[in-house]
Design a protein around this ligand. Structure first.
Ligand SMILES: [Zn+2]
Length: 86
């Protein structure tokens, strides 16, 4: 079962095999086409994918900034060692 909102935003529980067919909302009697792209499940899926992608990008940024931080520390240490030798 998937949940699809009618044009008046009533939430209709729909069997997956009904997708792609015309339906009549039992609440407002409007006719509309059942599309998986309009279902709450699809939105949830898209939202989860986006969150996962953002998490991955966030991690990448974290690794990048940690890498830059480490590089700066190493550079400072090298400079200090070089300064101490003169
Ligand atoms: Zn409706």
């Amino acid at each position: 079962m998937v949940h699809i909102l009618c044009p008046a935003r009533h939430c209709l529980e729909t069997p997956r095999e009904m997708l792609g067919q015309e339906a009549l909302c039992p609440f407002c009697h409007r006719q509309f086409r059942l599309r998986f792209q309009d279902s709450l499940e699809y939105r949830q899926q898209v939202l989860e994918e986006r969150t996962r992608r953002e998490e991955k990008t966030g991690q990448l940024w974290l690794y990048w900034s940690v890498g830059v931080g480490v590089a700066v520390v190493v550079l400072v240490v090298i400079l200090m060692v070089a300064a101490a030798q003169h």
